[in-house]
Design a protein around this ligand. Structure first.
Ligand SMILES: Nc1ncnc2c1ncn2[C@@H]1O[C@H](COP(=O)(O)OP(=O)(O)OP(=O)(O)O)[C@@H](O)[C@H]1O
Ligand SMILES: Cc1ncc(CO)c(N)n1
Ligand SMILES: [Mg+2]
Length: 497
């Protein structure tokens, strides 16, 4: 609960709240509260449904201010209630033991009463005069310290907190800071979150404070199926897929297409599964736990591709993200020359989204893809040709790691228009350790789709997740090493690269 972000749409300036929340999380926000004082019931429900998957994709709890019924309706992780809102005990009765319930307090007495009523954390403030309350310091830093000493549950300070005023929390015993305009009025919410996190970790000690984890999985946990090759090094392939799906709090199922003897320096051998055995794996899965989304990775030969395509057609599978794996980061080929046609004729037509890197886009588009202009041209050409969405990834580019997403009319519901493109931009993380980034990204996108996110939001959330995994700075192996799929669950301490 180190950096607790309370949403406010007052300063959107052309951005969307999901974009701002994804940026805040990418910058280090660890808890999101949707707060809407004037929106209608339906507007709050719609906003919650957009924000929840983005939070859960990064392992961040999502609560709603005051609206207990809506929290129950959308399955939010909990609520935050004030002294004049629904009582904590009533909220607990409505939402159950697994919910996270926060209470606003201003005195030791209110704090003790909230803890006794079952609160999981407290919000204490306002600590700093704010533009809306220029003369009100409802709680002094001394009273804040007394409240922290009086209870055993986490406490966040709130009210007028920004990087310059965080010192008011020093030595108080709080677990974190709740901020509003410092994040949502900032020109760059991700940068603002980074600055706030850095100051808070410096002041309160690095790492995450103890805080209720996400509620236990509900019975209807969405399943994501990965049809891919095993990477013995654990960094890419089916291993990366399983880790990514688990990190998103979803249920991973797998159909293995091949075994590779591989490490960060290369692939020394490949053992293909038989087409029959691949079909048997997929049939077994669909007969029992049908997946909400599917990620297809390494399919090393035409017979394997035919078997996968036949099985997915047999099951009328949808929400398919196809990563057209051709070459590993180490440079080893992962598909037979003659299999590319089978990929184009049988698998791509089944996909909702394909995610070629630049070399793969070059093979599929039939022209050079060396810069962002080529990336966009290839994405549009492939979306036009196959009628699916196309994400041409920019990891093999020269400058930043910018990916371009081409959306066909079927994704934009704007049938009159042609293919629309949008860029997912991120700074290039200064690391050699990028093994499995493509596998991880495509699986994370499938997780977004499995949670009911739209395609653009799924790609944006997946990109944020991937950035965290890269920035964690894992440094294993003598070659291009793996990334940290579990970064969102670790204390936010940089692993020295
Ligand atoms: N150093 C980096 N910093 C930030 N993002 C990166 C970096 N390298 C790759 N990416 C991102 O990782 C994703 C995968 O891109 P890339 O082009 O590496 O795919 P790939 O070659 O299929 O990866 P893989 O090695 O898993 O096959 C893209 O979103 C890309 O922008
Ligand atoms: C098994 C497997 N699938 C995909 C990739 C792509 O990186 C890899 N290196 N290994
Ligand atoms: Mg790849």
């Amino acid at each position: 609960m180190r950096l607790y972000a309370v949403t406010d749409r007052a300063w959107l300036n052309g951005r969307t709240l999901p974009e701002l929340v994804a940026d805040a999380i990418a910058g280090g926000a660890t808890f999101i509260q949707l707060r809407e004082k004037h929106a209608t019931h339906d507007e709050i429900v719609a906003l919650a449904r957009e924000l929840m998957p983005i939070c859960h994709a990064a392992g961040v709890p999502f609560v709603i201010d005051d609206e207990v019924e809506i929290a129950r309706e959308v399955g939010a992780d909990g609520v935050h209630v004030g002294q004049s809102d629904t009582a904590c005990a009533d909220a607990r009765r409505l939402l159950g033991d697994g919910a996270i319930i926060g209470v606003s307090v201003q005195t030791v007495e209110e704090a003790r009463a909230a803890q006794a009523a079952g609160a999981d954390y407290l919000g204490v403030g306002a600590l700093i005069p704010t533009p809306t309350k220029p003369d009100a310091v409802d709680v002094t830093s001394e009273e804040l310290a007394r409240i922290c000493r009086a209870v055993d549950i986490p406490v966040v300070g709130i009210g007028g907190l920004r990087v310059e005023t965080l010192d008011v929390l020093a030595n108080s015993g709080v677990d974190g800071a709740a901020v509003v305009s410092a994040l949502f009025a900032a020109d760059d919410a991700q940068a603002a979150a980074r600055s706030l996190r850095a100051r808070l970790d410096e002041m309160l000690g690095g790492g995450e404070s103890a805080f209720p984890a996400l509620p236990p999985a509900c019975a209807a946990l969405p399943a994501v199926l990965a049809i891919a090759g095993s990477d013995s090094s654990g960094g890419a392939g089916i291993q990366a897929d399983i880790k990514t799906v688990a990190a998103h709090g979803l249920f991973a199922e797998t159909a293995v297409t091949a075994l590779t003897a591989q490490n960060t320096m290369g692939v020394r051998n490949v053992l293909e599964a038989t087409p029959t055995f691949i079909a048997e794996q997929i049939d077994a899965i669909f007969e029992d736990i049908p997946p909400a989304a599917i990620k297809i990775g390494m399919c090393p030969s035409a017979p394997v591709i035919e078997a996968v395509a036949d099985a997915l057609t047999r099951w009328s599978a949808t929400n398919i993200v196809l990563d057209p794996v051709m070459v590993a980061t180490s440079g080893a080929r992962l598909i037979a020359e003659d299999a590319v046609h089978a990929l184009e004729d049988r698998l791509i037509p089944l996909a909702r989204l394909i995610t070629p890197n630049m070399p793969e886009a070059e093979v599929l588009a039939g022209f050079e893809v060396r810069d962002e202009k080529d990336q966009e041209r290839a994405a549009v050409a492939l979306a036009d040709r196959f009628g699916c969405a196309v994400l041409v990834k920019g990891g093999h580019g020269v400058h930043d790691a910018n990916d371009v997403l081409a959306l066909p009319p079927t994704e934009t519901a704007d049938v009159g228009a042609g293919v629309r493109t949008t860029w997912l931009r991120s700074p290039r993380v200064d690391t050699e350790n990028t093994h499995g980034t493509g596998c991880t990204l495509s699986s994370a996108i499938a997780c977004g789709l499995a949670r009911g996110l739209g395609l653009e939001e799924s790609v944006a959330a997946a990109k944020s997740y991937l950035m965290g995994a890269l920035e964690a700075g894992l440094n294993l192996g003598a070659g291009s090493g793996p990334i940290d799929h579990m970064w969102a669950y670790r204390p936010h301490q940089k692993v020295p690269v």
